[in-house]
Ligand binder design. Structure first.
Ligand code: SF4
Length: 343
């Protein structure tokens, strides 16, 4: 059975070639062809005949298939992508001033069961493989170049689609190494963000293993009682433990831990919640993203008043914490945070 080319980071690919008595220089040619030049079809350019034969026999270049595309009036694009085994995930392109951020899924469904999340209602079906994460990027990038050639390409990656990225640590780590590699897509290290609900086993591994990409925590409340309801894994991995490990992450100048705060009307959007959040985060190298909740069919919660969202932001300012109010792009196609579902 053939093995996917897209599962190999650069070092792994060089080793694979070496182990098969082939020149490791093939790795740079292959990366250049597939990731930098974004060619479709096999690379034969400058490759030794023996390497070409090896690739034909052992490597596959299969990518996910785009089975559905929804385009929002605000130019957000939501793809439904089908994997080899028929499982489907969603990938979203979020526009910002002619550039796009891609929101990647890391699992089919999710085991975390957050109470505000459409995806969480599905349960976990399986982890995505590295090549399936990379494949979402390649397919969305191809679609963009074919359909919106005047726009600039993908420059930002967020792992905020379906799934808890740190629950699928190895695949997310290898995919990030591939995105970062200078021989390939060469995405800037500050342009990649991994978002976690606070999955402690992954945070414990972070410093030793993950290349220095950004991390975002879904905070949503400074109080364990509320987090327990919103993010049930908080019962197992309480906020204080999670923050302890986040505080250990070395940050460069102008690098921040991002705290995502989903504002839910009359639940966690009060002045009291804002002050408690300010107390919790003051003095940290933090940016807070305030996200007004997007109700979905059957959701338990309501969208907050805009005036209260602004008030929340102002209160955080008193603690010298920069807080951005995030638009809810893609509302009309259910592509906003926590609304991804493969049905
Ligand atoms: S919000 Fe994220 S971690 Fe929570 S259930 Fe949804 S996909 Fe999983």
């Amino acid at each position: 059975m053939k093995i996917s080319f897209y599962q190999y980071n650069y070092e792994m690919l060089k080793n694979l070639l070496l182990q098969n008595d082939l020149s490791p220089s093939g790795a740079s040619l292959l990366y250049n062809w597939h990731y930098k030049q974004k060619q479709i079809g096999s690379c034969t350019h400058n490759l030794a005949l023996a390497t070409q034969a090896f690739i034909r026999e052992y490597l596959s270049f299969t990518l996910p298939e785009i089975v559905n595309v929804h385009q929002s009036s605000d130019l957000t694009v939501k793809f439904l992508m089908q994997m080899d085994d028929g499982q489907k995930v969603e990938t979203v392109l979020i526009p910002f001033q002619n550039k796009y951020t891609i929101c990647l899924s890391t699992q089919v469904g999710c085991a975390m069961k957050c109470s505000f999340c459409f995806t969480g209602t599905q349960g976990l079906k399986r982890h995505l493989k590295t090549e399936e994460i990379i494949g979402q990027f390649i397919m969305a990038d191809r679609w963009l170049r074919e359909n919106r050639p005047d726009d600039q390409l993908l420059k930002n990656i967020v792992y905020m689609g379906q799934g808890e990225p740190l629950h699928n640590f190895d695949a997310v780590k290898t995919a990030s190494e591939i995105f970062l590699d200078q021989h390939g897509t060469s995405i800037g290290i500050q342009k990649i963000t991994v978002s976690t609900a606070g999955y402690l086993p992954g945070l414990i591994r972070w410093n030793e293993e993950m290349p220095g990409v950004n991390i975002a925590l879904s905070l949503h409340s400074p109080f364990d009682e509320k987090r327990n309801e919103l993010i049930p894994i908080n019962q197992r991995y309480p906020l204080a433990e999670v923050l302890k490990y986040l505080d250990l992450i070395p940050l460069k100048r102008k690098q921040y831990i991002i705290y995502e705060y989903l504002l839910i009307k009359n639940y966690n959007d009060t002045d009291f919640d804002a002050h408690a959040t300010g107390e919790l985060l003051k003095g940290k190298q933090a940016i807070i993203n305030l996200i007004p909740f997007n109700p979905f069919p059957g959701s338990l919660y309501e969208r907050p008043e805009s005036s209260q969202v602004e008030q929340f932001q102002k209160i955080l300012g008193l603690y010298h914490l920069p807080a951005l109010i995030r638009g809810t792009k893609g509302d009309d196609i259910l592509a906003a945070c926590g609304q991804l579902n493969t049905k």
